[in-house]
Design a protein around this ligand. Structure first.
Ligand code: SAH
Length: 381
């Protein structure tokens, strides 16, 4: 296979030799004009030595997302090898044969060497979500490779959101023995926030006997864990009416008492402005406030505001689980926003746990931006 080639400026090969997954436009010797968007290209150093292959993208500052750090074909064998290796990692994490959990992230973009591709496993169904033009165009390859590698373990491969006639729209999953109904056709992301699995499990340790407020609750996953762990009352706040309805459904699936749950469909910022007193455990899991670096400053202010509001009104001795999933808000910046909130609220705050995404969302050490989910468990004195 001969792929078109792009050439780096002298000295710009260093980051590729270190397995950094991106080539930025400013690193290229000249901008080629005739490479189709999404095509596979070879990347050569200034002396002409090919360092690897990746997906070319015309828009944005990232020109090539690397798929391999050698001169190789991106063929069926490549895709099968990549997916086999992703499956093996999840097996070593105890996820592929667990009696308690049958949903996990199977491919996490750069963290699995496949920039721009997400694949989530829901009890035998794989939902694929391409985030780049190259992955959109090649989506048939991971689909075929999954079938080849997983055989009869695989019930269906589905494109997120697209929903073709005859395809299932969702299924029921188990997460730490709790049941959830996932709807990938109408849901957010691929249908469920798999990245909070271990943090929900931790919440269960704090929930017993507490009055819980779950803000940005989506389909109520944190609420289910809290009630199952013996929370006296849980209030879920969510702006999407559909998501709130799913939360009620998930409570019922787990035989949890609906009289101990209240679903509030509201804007979280409005709700928090007049947050009622009496809550002893609060979860703040907002959507990514910043999708691009240009929105970073405003996002940090939004994190400060929601955290300060919750800190002000939570009961003394209360526990706050607070998260950020904005890739451009680094762990340090998020910590700064939470510190600013603590100062503003005038409460004595201690960090009990520092939280992250779970290991089925691995982070390439050469791509620290992949560490997108950050959180704290705070004790509010
Ligand atoms: N904690 C959830 C995931 C939360 S994702 C879980 O464990 O599954 C963020 C959620 O916030 C989404 O469901 C989104 O609909 C909701 N949301 C976004 N903006 C909001 C706002 N201003 N007020 C309330 N909910 C909001």
């Amino acid at each position: 296979m001969t792929y078109p080639a792009v050439q780096l400026q002298p000295g710009r090969e260093r980051s590729l030799r270190r397995f950094h997954p991106f080539v930025f436009s400013r690193a290229l010797a000249r901008e080629p004009e005739d490479i189709p968007d999404g095509a596979v290209v070879r990347v050569a150093d200034s002396g002409g030595t090919v360092l690897g292959v990746g997906h070319y993208q015309q828009r944005g500052s990232i020109r090539v997302r690397m798929l391999a750090f050698e001169d190789t074909a991106i063929d069926a064998a490549f895709w099968q090898q990549a997916l086999r290796s992703a499956w093996r990692l999840r097996t070593s994490l105890g996820l592929t044969q667990s009696p308690d959990t049958n949903a996990f992230r199977l491919v996490h973009g750069e963290g699995d060497g496949l920039p721009g591709l997400v694949a989530d496993w829901y009890h035998g169904h794989v939902v694929l979500q391409p985030h780049t033009e190259g992955m959109r165009q090649s989506i048939g390859h991971p689909r075929a490779a999954l079938e080849a590698v997983l055989g009869t373990k695989l019930k269906a491969v589905i494109a997120a959101g697209a929903g073709e006639a005859g395809e299932p729209e969702g299924c029921d999953i188990l997460e730490h023995r709790h049941r959830f109904r996932v709807n990938w056709a109408a849901g957010q992301k691929t249908g469920f926030y798999l990245d909070q699995r271990e943090n929900r499990h931790l919440l269960a340790r704090y929930a017993s006997g507490r009055r819980v407020l779950n803000v940005f609750s989506y389909s109520g996953a944190f609420s289910v864990y809290a009630l199952a762990a013996g929370a006296t009352h849980v209030c879920s706040v969510e702006s999407s009416r559909q998501a709130a309805a799913w939360a009620a459904e998930n409570l019922a699936l787990n035989d949890l008492p609906s009289e101990r749950h209240e679903a509030v469909v509201a804007d979280a910022f409005d709700y928090l402005k007049s947050m009622p007193a009496g809550f002893e455990l609060v979860v703040l899991d907002p959507p990514a406030f910043a999708k691009h670096a240009s929105a970073r400053h405003r996002a940090i202010q939004a994190y400060r505001r929601v955290n300060a509001a919750a800190m002000r009104r939570i009961e003394p001795g209360g526990i706050l689980f607070t998260f950020s999933c904005s890739e451009v808000v680094t762990p340090d910046l998020f910590r700064g926003a939470v510190l600013a909130a603590a100062i503003e609220a005038g409460r004595n705050i201690r960090i009990l746990h520092q939280l992250h995404q779970p290991p089925d969302h691995p982070v390439s050490i050469f791509h620290p931006e992949g560490e997108y989910l950050k959180g704290f468990v705070l004790h509010v004195g």
